[in-house]
Design a protein around this ligand. Structure first.
Ligand code: KIV
Length: 270
């Protein structure tokens, strides 16, 4: 890594350089300071304070009840616990749907809590907001495919982009977000072939979750891959605690397998 010191906080320039050199980007969700320190030590480059905290921390059955105040609280904790990883924070449901100005106001609160990048769900419909934020100093990570905040609209947690029409829509979503200035795009639960094509067609990194091995990087919900969260896991989750001697081991194995391309394997892919 070419930051001036290994302990320095990674910037967007560092992440872009890794992407351009063809290295896979390693992201995990993180919600507190202790896990942030462990993940930092394991070489996880991007810590996502995901609104999945609604599910895995709060025990809700969706991300919809999570508030901006809660996101700011967890962002601050993760920032305090880490020294190197880049901090990406989710705008929760209701914080990005009312237009660019309102979204900027909400994103600014997460930036003030330590976020370096703001993630928001949605495709073409979020392009204008993405452009508004990026032109005003807020890096934006898009999130398309299965967008959990729209679970009721989508009719459940289903793989997206399976028909020709929906695949075409996802390509347009990705292009419009990249053109609007998004610095990276999360692709959730889409067929691997589509994710690979989309990754080739845009010039910003794609971070896959259930999107196969052809994306620029990978993310998982940490409580899933560490087998902390009970219940049935989606196909794309690998239990990295299997055979690991410690949390640190499991996190390091994840980083290693993402970098080498060993994860995700065919069995984690649609
Ligand atoms: O909230 C979250 O954990 C996420 C990931 C699933 C990408 O958005």
């Amino acid at each position: 890594m070419s930051t001036s010191a290994a302990s320095q906080r990674l910037t967007l320039t560092d992440i872009t350089r890794l992407y351009q050199s063809g290295e896979k980007l390693v992201m995990l969700t993180c919600y507190d300071a202790s896990f942030a320190a462990l993940m930092d030590a394991a070489g996880i480059e991007l810590l996502l304070i995901g609104d999945s905290l609604g599910n895995v921390i709060q025990g809700e059955d969706s991300t919809l009840p999570v508030t901006l105040k809660q996101m700011a609280y967890h962002t601050r904790a993760v920032k305090r616990g880490s020294r190197r990883a880049m901090i990406v924070s989710d705008l929760p449901f209701g914080a990005s749907q009312l237009g660019a100005k309102e979204t900027f106001r909400n994103a600014a609160k997460l930036m003030a809590s330590g976020a370096q990048v703001i993630k928001l769900e949605g495709g073409q419909e979020m392009a204008a907001t993405t452009e508004f934020l990026t032109r005003r100093g807020i890096p934006v990570c898009g999130h398309i495919g299965l967008t959990p905040q729209s679970v009721h609209q989508l009719g459940g947690f289903r793989v997206q982009g399976k028909t020709e029409e929906s695949a075409e829509r996802l390509l347009l979503d990705a292009r419009s977000l990249a053109d609007a200035g998004a610095c990276m795009i999360v692709l959730e639960a889409v067929p691997a072939a589509l994710a690979r094509r989309l990754t080739r067609e845009i010039s910003v990194p794609t971070i896959g979750i259930g999107a196969g091995a052809g994306t620029s990087g990978q993310v998982l919900v940490s409580y899933d891959m560490l087998n902390i969260h009970p219940g049935k896991k989606p196909r794309f989750v690998k239990n990295f605690m299997d055979g690991a001697e410690s949390l640190q081991d499991a996190l390091a194995a994840y980083a290693r397998e993402v970098k080498s391309g060993a994860f995700p394997a065919a069995e984690h892919t649609y």
